[in-house]
Design a protein around this ligand. Structure first.
Ligand code: GRF
Length: 198
């Protein structure tokens, strides 16, 4: 059991992201000005990920990790503990989460997936790969799945899903836009509801 150094008044969120960070930005904006919930750490495995500059522009501390650090040591637990992180949000973070971290944040770490799981999940199913597969299958709907994180890609228990309808004129790009809209609309409020009911 990880000992949290937090003062228990503020719930601190760490966001793990590898890309642009549009979801991370929405989450940061949603909680900015709040005294009870704060995003105070952003972790990325990509040095050039735009999410890092975005987070820094909000004065949020960032950390760049490499594979050895993440998979061969458990040092990130100390970092998270020092910052009093209560809750981890994966928002476009593509690496599998190692067991030690899953165990330290059981039911306190969630991911958002850009499709209606259990369809179109698993290794390699990220970004436009997902939307192309949805289009190819001629699906009549797609959407988002917010789920707890376990040690397998996209297999943790589903917390929330929202769907959008598709028609033949949709392309992978328009599907991506529809799904992105749902992500930006729902992710932060779901995070809030999970944290505040604790
Ligand atoms: C989102 O589509 C999310 O569902 C997936 O990664 C993408 C991240 O996008 N897990 P962004 O970097 O937040 O724009």
């Amino acid at each position: 059991m990880l000992l949290r150094s937090n003062n228990f008044m503020v719930k601190n969120i760490a966001i793990f992201a590898s890309g642009t960070g549009t979801n991370a930005k929405k989450i940061i904006e949603y909680f900015s000005g709040r005294t009870d919930i704060k995003v105070n750490f952003v972790v990325s495995n990509k040095e050039a990920a735009p999410v890092l500059n975005m987070a820094q522009s909000f004065g949020i501390e960032t950390l760049i990790i490499n594979r050895a650090y993440f998979y061969k040591s458990e040092d990130i637990l100390q970092e998270l503990n020092q910052k009093g992180i209560d809750f981890i949000v994966l928002a476009g973070f593509l690496w599998l989460i190692p067991d030690y971290l899953v165990n330290a944040y059981t039911n306190q770490m969630i991911n958002i997936h850009p499709a209606l799981l259990p369809k179109y999940g698993g290794k390699g199913m990220y970004g436009m790969n997902v939307h192309r597969a949805v289009k190819l299958a001629g699906e009549k709907e797609s959407g988002i799945s917010i789920h707890y994180v376990n040690a397998k890609y996209d297999e943790g228990n589903i917390i929330f899903q929202a769907a959008c309808s598709l028609d033949e004129s949709d392309s992978p790009e328009t599907i991506a836009q529809k799904v992105r809209t749902l992500e930006h609309q729902h992710f932060a409020p779901i995070i809030e509801s999970l944290i505040t009911r604790r």
